[in-house]
Design a protein around this ligand. Structure first.
Ligand SMILES: NC(=O)c1ccc[n+]([C@@H]2O[C@H](COP(=O)([O-])OP(=O)(O)OC[C@H]3O[C@@H](n4cnc5c(N)ncnc54)[C@H](OP(=O)(O)O)[C@@H]3O)[C@@H](O)[C@H]2O)c1
Length: 216
C-alpha cells in the first residue's frame, strides 16, 4: 500500500509521512515543484534515518501512484488543487487534515468557509471519492519528534464505513495514537473547530496540546 501526500512538503505532511514511513508504509511526497518534493523527502529521511519508503513526485504523479491520498494543503488552496486532481481520485480514499485557519501577525483566525466545514466542501468537489476527515488535532511539531509517542486521540469522520475503518487502522500505526470513530463526515466541523482552540491554549501555556476522549 502507498499513501500519497498532496502538499506533502509542508510541516503537517512531512510530520505524518515520517510517522507512516517509519512503520514500513510507502509514502509519496507530492508538490507543485519536484525540487520541493525531493527536499522534503531528504528532510524526512534524515529524521527517520531511512529513505527506503519515501517517493518524491509532482502532486499529480503522487495521486496516480497512491492507494490513499492525504490532503495537506492550506484551506484556501483546497478547491483549486482538488478540482484539477479530481479525475485521478475516483474511487480512492482521500484523507483531509485541513483546518480552515489563518495566522496573521501572531494571531489565529478562523477562515470563513462556504459550508463551515472544509471536509464537506472537499467531498462536494470529489463526489466520486471516499473523503475521510482526521488528524486535524495533531500538531506537526509533535509528529516530527519521531522518537516520542504522539499521545493523542485522532477523531475520524466519514460517510463511507470502509474508508472510515481503513483510516482508523492506519492512524493507529502512529505510536501513541488511538483512533476514535467520530461518525459522519459532517461531524468534521466540530473537529476542525477544536484545532483553533488548541492553538490558543498552546499560546497561553507555551506547550503543544492534543486531545484525549475519556469514557470509552
Ligand atoms: N501545521 C500543523 O501543525 C497542522 C496541524 C493540523 C492540521 N494542519 C492542516 O494541514 C494542512 C497543511 O498544513 P501545513 O502547516 O503543512 O501547511 P503549509 O506548510 O502552509 O502548506 C503545505 C503545502 O501546501 C502546498 N501549497 C501551499 N499553498 C498552495 C497553493 N496555493 N496551491 C497548491 N499547493 C499549495 C505547498 O507545497 P508545494 O509548494 O511544495 O506545492 C506547501 O508546502 C493545512 O490545511 C492545515 O490546516 C496543520
Amino acid at each position: 500500500m502507498r499513501i500519497g501526500f498532496i502538499g506533502g512538503t509542508g510541516s503537517e505532511g512531512i510530520g505524518l509521512a515520517g510517522r507512516f514511513a517509519i512503520k514500513n508504509i510507502e509514502v509519496g511526497i507530492g508538490s507543485r515543484d519536484i525540487k520541493n518534493s525531493i527536499d522534503a523527502v531528504n528532510k524526512i529521511a534524515k529524521n527517520i534515518s531511512s529513505s527506503k519508503n519515501l517517493f518524491p513526485g509532482l502532486n499529480m504523479e503522487v495521486v496516480r501512484d497512491s492507494d490513499i491520498v492525504f490532503v495537506c494543503v492550506p484551506y484556501d488552496a483546497q478547491k483549486s488543487v482538488f478540482k484539477e486532481l479530481k479525475p485521478y481520485l475516483i474511487g480512492k480514499i482521500v484523507v483531509t487534515v485541513v483546518v480552515p485557519v489563518m495566522f496573521e501577525n501572531g494571531k489565529i483566525s478562523v477562515v470563513r468557509t462556504k459550508s463551515s466545514c472544509a471536509a464537506i466542501e472537499l467531498q462536494e468537489i470529489l463526489v466520486e471519492s471516499k473523503v475521510v476527515s482526521a488528524f486535524q488535532t495533531i500538531s506537526a511539531l509533535d509528529l516530527k519528534l519521531i522518537n516520542n509517542p504522539v499521545n493523542s486521540d485522532v477523531i475520524v469522520c466519514s460517510d463511507n464505513k470502509y474508508a472510515l475503518n481503513t483510516v482508523m487502522d492506519l492512524a493507529e500505526n502512529i505510536d501513541g495514537v488511538r483512533a476514535i470513530n467520530g461518525g459522519k463526515l459532517s461531524n468534521s466541523v466540530f473537529v476542525e473547530n477544536i484545532t483553533p482552540l488548541l492553538l490558543n491554549i498552546n499560546m497561553i501555556y507555551k506547550k503543544h496540546t492534543a486531545i484525549r476522549i475519556t469514557g470509552i
